[in-house]
Design a binder for this molecule. Sequence first.
Ligand SMILES: [Zn+2]
Length: 213
Amino acid sequence: MDGFDRVLCVHAHPDDESLWTGGTLARFAEQNVNTRVLTCTDGHLADAERLPHRIDELREALRILAAGEPRVLAPGADWANELTREIRSYRPNLVITYDAFGIYGHPDHIGTHRATLAAIEASAHTQIEPGSPWAIDELWLATLTERPDITIDVHPWLDTKWKAVRAHTSEFERGARINAFLDVAVRNEVLGTERFQQRHMHHSPELCCCSFY
Ligand SMILES: [Zn+2]
C-alpha cells in the first residue's frame, strides 16, 4: 500500500465509501496520502427531500475519513466522461472502485465499475480530449470474493470507519440493510476487513502504441 501520492475512490452511493473503503481511506490518510471520493449518484433519486441530507451526511463521512469534499455527479451525467475529466484533473496513482459484480450485484455498482474502467482507458488515451492524458498505476476492485489479491485488516481504523458509516444517519433511519452492522459481531466480521482485486496498469500516455490493445 505504499508509494501512492493520490488515491481516487469511485462509488455509486453515499455510504459505500465508508462501508467498503472507509478503513483503507483512513489508513491512507494516516500515511498522508491525498484521497478523494467521487460518488456517481446521490443515493435515492426518487426521494428529493432526502437529497440535501445525504450530501451533508457524505460531507461528514468524508471529513471523518479525511477524504476531501463530496463530489457527486449530476443526474443524467455521462459517468465515464465525468470520471475521465476527474482522473485527468486529479491525476491519481491508484483508483479504487467495485469489482465486476458490483460486490453483491447492485446494478449501480456494476455501472460504476464499467464507467470507471472506461474512464481509466480514456484518460490514458492521447487522442481523447479535453485535458492531458493521465495513466494510473493501479486499480483496486472492492470485492467479497474468496480469493482477493489484497486483504487489509482495518481493525485499527474500525472506530473511524464506523463513525463515517454512522454519519449516514438517514440510511439507518429508513431501516436499510446497513442496520445489520449495529451488531458488534457482524460489524467486526464484515467491516473489519477490506478486500480488493488488484490490477497493475502498464500503459503509459507517453507511448502512443495504445492503439494496439
Ligand atoms: Zn451502494
